[in-house]
Design a protein around this ligand. Structure first.
Ligand SMILES: NC(=O)c1ccc[n+]([C@@H]2O[C@H](COP(=O)([O-])OP(=O)(O)OC[C@H]3O[C@@H](n4cnc5c(N)ncnc54)[C@H](OP(=O)(O)O)[C@@H]3O)[C@@H](O)[C@H]2O)c1
Length: 337
């Protein structure tokens, strides 16, 4: 099967939907290696070419699993991975590190775990604000010159950082959180990407599962990462169900699911802002990959968009609760842009 394709920036063409391989590392519930391989292979069978991983996911396990599939199906895959976070997600000991020597070492380690000669899209995962972004992207551009990386991307950068980086080397994609309940990137980052001809890869496009309506009972995620997020806990969890109710209502009108409406809204937001958008929902379940892949064909009405665009105003809780104040771009974005 094939999916429609989208041009990000810097001549990089990928399927209209990507696959988030952090889902295969137990962050939102456990899965076996066999289940992970089945999900990844199903994504490729469904025409998804952009496979998103990172060195930090599962302490390298996500890259190893992607590499196992790449051993047989490399030609079908656009492999995106990331560097720039040390420590462990499970232990919540993550810190950003961006110095050029670290960039080079991290790339070699990722190439080894993936078992490939070239990374198709190499992202800076988190900004270490002690290192000028020009130095980090300079080191990344040397990887391109050496043939170890094809295209460069940046995650959770501000508009100013994106412009500075793009002056050093063309940036193909920005990857930051963007969904119907996390819209801060629309202020400056996405318009800047649109102006520079850079594509956008929204992460957590389903709000870590919340926007699908599958998490009506907190017991379903009591043992995973989401149990510590303010949007998912206490009164906020109940208040934020209003977003799910709206998505579910619009889904019923279209004979679709809430997940599909959340993804269709992102495509419409990309059209509104004039930039290519390729969401990367993660799932351990093949049938959900098929479901998510058909979202691009849903045409939301003006009334739907009016309702969906109003939802984020009533959301309770921040999109990031991490203790590093620089962890996400919204906290560094200057207010005068
Ligand atoms: N750059 C960054 O800093 C950053 C940060 C976070 C994530 N990411 C990337 O973005 C990807 C996606 O983000 P995410 O995994 O945080 O969140 P997400 O894609 O918004 O949500 C994933 C959750 O949604 C569930 N799900 C997926 N499709 C569904 C459907 N159709 N119906 C019901 N539930 C569905 C999955 O559960 P099941 O597995 O049970 O289906 C999973 O728990 C990650 O895998 C990772 O590659 C990047």
């Amino acid at each position: 099967m094939s999916l429609p394709t989208t041009h990000l920036g810097d001549g990089l063409t990928v399927s209209r939907l990507g696959f988030g391989a952090m889902a295969l590392t137990g962050v939102y519930g456990s899965s076996t290696l066999a289940e992970n391989l089945r999900a990844l292979n199903h994504a490729l069978d469904a025409g998804v070419t952009l496979i998103d991983t990172a060195d930090i996911y599962g302490d390298g396990d996500s890259e190893r699993t992607v590499g196992e599939v790449a051993g047989r199906r490399r030609d079908y895959m656009t492999i995106a991975t990331k560097f720039g976070i040390t420590g462990s997600i499970a232990a919540k000991t993550m810190r950003a590190r961006n110095d050029p020597a670290y960039v080079r070492a991290a790339a070699e380690a990722s190439l080894g775990r993936l078992g490939v000669d070239t990374i198709d899209l190499y992202y800076l995962h988190r900004r270490d604000v002690t290192v000028p972004i020009e130095d980090t992207v300079g080191a990344m551009s040397e990887l391109v010159a050496a043939g170890k990386v094809r295209h460069l991307g940046l995650s959770e950068v501000t508009a100013d950082e994106l412009e500075a980086a793009h002056r050093v080397h063309p940036i193909a994609a920005v990857q930051s959180e963007w969904s119907v309940w996390s819209r801060d990137v629309e202020r400056s980052v996405a318009p800047t990407a649109a102006r520079l001809g850079i594509g956008f890869v929204p992460y957590s496009p389903l709000g870590r599962g919340f926007l699908t309506g599958a998490l009506s009972d907190p017991a379903t995620f009591a043992g995973d990462w989401r149990a510590g997020l303010t949007r998912f806990t206490g009164d906020a969890f109940a208040t934020n169900q209003a977003v799910v109710t709206a998505l579910t209502g619009i889904a019923a009108d279209h004979g679709a699911t809430a997940a599909q409406i959340a993804l269709a809204w992102l495509y419409a937001a990309g059209d509104r802002l004039g930039l290519p958008v390729v969401p990367i929902p993660g799932t351990r379940r093949p049938e959900r990959i098929t479901e998510n892949a058909s979202a691009a064909s849903i045409a939301l009405t003006a009334d739907d968009l009016r309702v969906l665009n109003a939802l984020s105003a009533s959301v309770v809780g921040q999109r990031s609760d991490f203790d590093d104040p620089n962890w996400t771009s919204d906290s560094r974005e200057s207010t005068d842009r």
